[in-house]
Design a protein around this ligand. Structure first.
Ligand code: BES
Ligand code: MN
Ligand code: MN
Length: 463
C-alpha cells in the first residue's frame, strides 16, 4: 500500500469527525440571521488548513463574506494548483422533510451508499467535497509527497451568486497565479462509473411581479370584472413555452451553440438508464424539449423554470379573494454562447410585451452567470482522468453538467485559467434538497484521488 493510502486508512475516522464539526455550523449565506455562523465557518476552514500544513492562511475580507486563502509553495519551479470551493450552504428548508436535523450530521446506509453516507446540509455541496482537498493536503504533507504547489480559495457566497469573488479575484491576480484550478463541487455518474464534468450551464435569474387592483378584492363582488394577477401571471408563464417545450422568448436561442452529430453521439455513450432515472424520482414519464434526449435536455439545452410562485390567500380554509398581486421567481439555465445579461433583457422585454393592459408587471433581475466548457486534451483534464483511473480502476468519461458555478467562467476571464471539475457527488445525493448526503465511499475516494491529480499534473507539466 502506498504511504498516502496507508495514512488515509489510519486517519479516516478522524477525517469524518472533523468534517462533522464543519457541518454542525449552519453557514447559510442566503439568510442574514446566520451571519455569525457563516463567519465562524470561515474561521474553522482557515484553522483546518493551518492544521493540514498550509502556510500563509488568511481570512480575506470582502464587501460580503470573507474568502479563505491559504497556500503551500514547496518549490517555485513546480506547477501550482489553485483549489476552489465554498463553505456556505443552501437553506435547509423545508425542515419537516428532513429525517434527522440538517446541522447534526449522522451516518446512515442507503441503497446507493451501502457503506454509509453523511446526512447533513452541505455534506456534498460543498463542505464535504471542499474538505476532501484540505484532508488531501494533510495526506500529501504528512507523507512528504506534495508534488505541486497548492493554493486554496474557499468562498462563502457561492450559493448566493458569488457576488464578491469577482471583486477579490480581480484585485488579487498575482496572489492567485497558478497553472490550473481544481474544483470538487460537481458530481459523477455513479460510484462504479467515474466521470469528469466538462461543462456547466450559465444562469439568468429574475423575479416577476404582476399587480392588478390596488387592494385585495371580494372575489364575488369583483370577480369576472377585473384581472386576477395570479390568473394573469400563470397564463403569461405558460405562454413562455410552446407545446414542444421550446422557449418562446424572441431571440432566446439566437446564440445557442448547437452540438454536432458526432458530439451528440459521443454524449449518448455515457451510461444512462431512463427507467432507473424515472424510478428514482417516482415519475411515470419524463418531459422536455422535443428532439433531445433526457441527458441533452439536462445539460446542453437551455431551460426556463419557475422556482417559486406565490400570492393570494394561503392560510387554512377558503377565503374568497382576488389578490392585488402575484409574484414568481424564474430561472433560465444557459448554454454556450448565451450571455446572461442579454437573456435577462430579452426576458424582460418579452414579459412586459405580453402583459395585458389590465395589470402592471415588474421584472427584477437577480444574479446570473456565464456557461463554461472545459477542454479534454489539456494537462489538467488528462491529470484528472489518470488520477481517477488510479483510484477507481476505470477511465472516467467526460460529461457536461446542467448545474452552474458562475465563477468558473470568470476565473477563465480574470486569471486566464481553465478549471478542472473533478467532483465526487452523485445526482441522488439530494443537494439543495432535504436529506442531503454524501457517501463515505465518495469522501474517501476524493481524498485518495486528489493526490494522484497532483502527481500526474506535475508529471504532465514537466513533459
Ligand atoms: N455545486 C453546485 C453546482 C453543481 C452541482 C454543478 C452539481 C454541477 C453538478 C453549486 O453550489 C450550485 O448550487 N450552483 C447554483 C448556482 C448558484 C448561482 C446559486 C445552481 O446551479 O443552481
Ligand atoms: Mn456547490
Ligand atoms: Mn449549491
Amino acid at each position: 500500500m502506498s504511504s498516502q493510502k496507508e495514512y488515509l486508512e489510519q486517519n479516516k475516522e478522524r477525517f469524518v469527525e472533523e468534517l462533522f464539526e464543519l457541518l454542525r455550523i449552519p453557514s447559510i449565506s442566503a439568510d442574514s440571521a446566520y451571519k455569525n455562523d457563516v463567519l465562524k465557518t470561515a474561521d474553522a476552514v482557515a484553522e483546518s488548513l493551518r492544521k493540514a500544513g498550509a502556510e500563509n492562511v488568511e481570512i480575506c475580507e470582502t464587501p460580503g463574506y470573507p474568502i479563505v486563502y491559504a497556500d503551500k509553495i514547496v518549490d517555485p519551479s513546480l506547477p501550482t494548483v489553485l483549489v476552489y470551493g465554498h463553505y456556505d450552504v443552501q437553506p435547509p428548508d423545508p425542515l419537516d422533510l428532513w429525517t434527522t436535523e440538517p446541522f447534526e450530521p449522522v451516518i446512515r446506509k442507503t441503497e446507493i451508499h451501502p457503506d454509509g453516507a453523511i446526512f447533513a446540509r452541505g455534506a456534498c455541496d460543498d463542505k464535504g467535497q471542499m474538505f476532501m482537498h484540505v484532508k488531501a493536503l494533510e495526506v500529501m504533507n504528512q507523507t512528504g509527497t506534495l508534488a505541486c504547489n497548492v493554493k486554496f480559495m474557499i468562498e462563502g457566497e457561492e450559493e448566493v451568486g458569488s457576488e464578491n469573488l469577482g471583486w477579490f479575484v480581480s484585485r488579487n491576480q498575482e496572489k492567485l497565479a497558478a497553472d490550473v484550478i481544481l474544483i470538487s463541487d460537481t458530481g459523477m455518474i455513479a460510484n462504479d462509473s467515474p466521470s469528469i464534468t466538462t461543462g456547466l450551464r450559465g444562469l439568468s435569474y429574475v423575479e416577476v411581479k404582476v399587480t392588478g387592483p390596488n387592494r385585495d378584492l371580494h372575489s364575488g363582488l369583483y370577480g369576472g370584472a377585473v384581472a386576477n394577477p395570479i390568473n394573469v401571471l400563470t397564463n403569461m408563464i405558460a405562454s413562455l413555452q410552446d407545446d414542444n417545450k421550446h422557449i418562446t422568448i424572441p431571440g432566446f436561442y439566437e446564440d445557442v451553440q448547437e452540438l454536432s452529430d458526432a458530439e451528440r453521439e459521443a454524449m449518448a455513450k455515457a451510461p444512462f438508464n431512463l427507467d432507473n432515472y424515472k424510478k428514482a424520482l417516482d415519475l411515470s414519464d419524463v418531459d422536455g424539449e422535443l428532439g433531445y434526449s433526457t441527458m441533452e435536455r439536462a445539460s446542453i439545452r437551455p431551460t426556463l423554470d419557475v422556482n417559486g410562485i406565490w400570492g393570494g390567500y394561503q392560510g387554512e380554509g377558503a377565503k374568497t379573494v382576488i389578490p392585488s398581486w402575484a409574484k414568481a421567481k424564474i430561472s433560465m439555465r444557459l448554454v454556450p454562447h448565451q450571455e446572461p445579461g442579454k437573456i435577462t433583457e430579452l426576458f424582460q422585454k418579452h414579459f412586459e410585451a405580453i402583459a395585458p393592459k389590465s395589470v402592471k408587471v415588474e421584472v427584477t433581475p437577480h444574479h446570473g452567470g456565464l456557461p463554461y466548457v472545459s477542454p479534454t486534451d489539456d494537462p489538467g483534464y488528462r491529470a484528472a482522468s489518470k488520477a481517477m483511473e488510479d483510484s477507481f480502476g476505470k477511465t472516467p468519461v467526460p460529461v457536461r453538467s446542467g448545474g452552474s458555478i458562475p465563477i468558473v467562467a470568470l476565473f477563465e476571464k480574470e486569471l486566464g485559467l481553465k478549471s478542472i471539475l473533478m467532483g465526487f457527488g452523485l445526482d441522488s445525493d439530494a443537494i439543495h434538497s432535504p436529506n442531503e448526503h454524501y457517501g463515505l465511499f465518495n469522501y474517501y475516494k476524493g481524498i485518495e484521488t486528489i493526490p494522484h491529480f497532483f502527481k500526474h499534473f506535475a508529471a504532465l507539466k514537466s513533459e
